[in-house]
Write a protein that binds this ligand. Structure first.
Ligand SMILES: [Zn+2]
Length: 183
């Protein structure tokens, strides 16, 4: 049995739009909620660099209950890499994953190899002072691939080292056989 909804029943009511982050005054951050009373009538009363300039510490006062509290503004953790051209960009782990997936296609390697390599590379980038050179990342990947699978290594190297012909492969193969290769 179908019931007709009342003309202005709940289905017609739209949820209230979320309150804008920009406050009435139009200043950013004016509506940080008070942790004591929940009011959003809070004001910044002091603002200064903190954590050696990597953060901004703000003292705020609640106009409702007069409590004071502190907030910190920080950049999102970001790994920056520098390309050969000198350009800098965020480290994109998806890009690295795509490259490794291509290199490892149809290769029989232990499960989890790809994730393991990515984890190690990410840790290495994180441990390095920014910006990390993409060259360094490429070499680190090659070093690991070489001990995992030679075909995957050559595939990755051909992209990374911009092989232009069979000669490049032969040279790399010869280096591999000698146990050298300079990734
Ligand atoms: Zn309050």
């Amino acid at each position: 049995m179908a019931t007709r909804p009342p003309p202005d029943g709940p289905s017609l009511r739209l949820p209230k739009p979320a309150r804008s982050v920009r406050g009435r005054s139009g200043t950013l951050g004016a509506h940080m909620r008070c942790p004591y009373c929940g009011s959003d009538r809070t004001k910044v009363i002091d603002s200064r660099p903190a954590e050696r300039g990597t953060a901004i510490r703000r003292r705020r006062r609640c106009e409702q209950c007069d409590h004071r509290f502190t907030t910190y503004e920080r950049t999102e953790p970001l790994l920056v890499v520098r390309k050969r051209s000198g350009e800098v960009e965020p480290f994109q782990v998806e890009k690295l994953r795509a490259g490794l997936e291509r290199a490892l296609t149809d290769r029989e390697v232990p499960a989890g190899t790809l994730d393991q390599i990515i984890e190690q590379i990410e840790a290495e980038v994180r441990a390095h002072a920014p910006p990390v050179l993409t060259d360094l990342i490429g070499r680190a990947v090659l070093q690991r691939l070489r001990s995992v699978d030679e075909v995957a290594y050559l595939r990755f190297a051909s992209v990374y080292k911009e092989f232009t012909g069979a000669r490049d492969f032969e040279r790399e193969m010869a280096a591999l056989e000698r146990g050298e290769g300079e990734p």
